[in-house]
Ligand binder design. Sequence first.
Ligand code: GTP
Length: 363
Amino acid sequence: MQAVILSGGQGTRLRPLTSTMPKPSVPLVNRPMISYMVDWLHGYGVRDIVMSVGFLADGLRAALDDAGHDGVEIRYVEEHEPLGTAGAVKHAQQFLDERFLVLNGDVLTAFDIAAEIDQHDRTGARATLALVPVDDPTAYGLVLTDEQSRITDFLEKPAAADVPDNPRINAGAYVLQRDVLDMIEPGVNASFEHDVFPHLPTEEIYAFDAEGYWLDLGTPERYMDATRDLLDRKLDSWLAERLMAGGLAIEPGVDTAGCQIEPPTVIAEGCELGDGSRIAAYTVLSHGCHIGENCELDRAVLQRGCTLGDGVRVTNAILGPGVQIGAGATVCTGSVIGEGAVIEPGATIGAGSRVEAGATAAA
Ligand code: GTP
C-alpha cells in the first residue's frame, strides 16, 4: 500500500517552533512528529511513502534520515509554492498507484487504517474519509452521512442548533482512487476539503468511523496534550517499552543523583542536571540540555541543547532548540520559546507568551 503524507503547510499556529523548521520535523518527545505517523503506517504494512513537501523541505528530509525508518521507502515531492492539500497530491500524481492513502502529516493517531482500506474496497468508493467524534462541533467542519455511511454533506462550523447527533469531523486520512485527481487542475491551489470532496456524488464518497487515539497536533496546546498522552502510553509508540519500568526513560550516562525526578519523564543522552533541581512529571529533556542547580521544571519540554542557569523555573512550556535561560528567570504556563532565543537572568515570561526564534527577552 502507498501513502501520500501532506507535509507542506506553513504551520503558522505552531510558531515560533515552526519558524526555523517545518512542522513535521518538530520533535515530539525526542522524535520528529512525522515519524510517529510513518511508524503507524509501517505497522499496517505501508512501505511506500510519498512525502509532499514545500516549506523548509531540507530540514524535514534530514530529520527523517536521522530518525531511521528501515524498511520504508520515502520519496519527496517538492512544491515551489503551496498548492493546497489537493493541489499537492495532484502535483505528485506521476508517482501514485491506482489506489492510495492521503494523510495530513500533523496528526498523531493509532486507528485501524487497514479497516478503512478494507471498507473502501468493499464499497467500491472513489474516496473514503476517516471521521472522528468531536467534543465542540461548532468549532469545526462537520461531515454528515446516511445509514450506509455515504457522505451527504459538509457543514462548516455549524450553529449549535444545526449540530447532528454523533457529530464527527474529517480526520485527514483518506483512501482515494487515482481518478479523483482528474477533478483537480494541475499547478493550481486546491483543497480536498473545499474543492474536491463536496463535489463528489454521494454514492462515490464514504465515511469510515475511526476508533481509537486521534489528535491534530497543530497548536502548542495540542502538542503538549500529545506529549502527555505519549508519556501516559495512551498509544503505542517507541516510548512505551522504555517507560515501562517506573515511568522514567533516562538515557544511560545521565547523572540524576542530586535531583528529584518524578515519573513519567524522558531525559535524553548528554543532559546534565544540577544539584537540587526538581524535574516534575511530563517533563521531556532532549539531547544535550544543561540544567543549573535548584531549577524547577514542571511539564516542561526542552528541545535539544537548551541551557538553563541556576534557579530557573519552567512550567508547562515548550523551549525550542538551543534556548538559553539566565539564572533566576521564570517561564510561565503555555509559553513557547523559539529556537536560539535568550531569556536574560531574572526575566519573567508571562503565561501564554511567544518569544521569537533568536530574540532576546530582557529582565
Ligand atoms: P497552520 O498554518 O497552522 O494552519 O498549519 P498548516 O499549514 O500545516 O495547515 P493545516 O493544518 O490546515 O494542514 C493540514 C496538513 O496538510 C498539514 O500536514 C500540512 O503540512 C499539509 N498542507 C497544508 N497545505 C499544504 C500545501 O499547500 N502543500 C502541501 N504539500 N501540504 C500542505
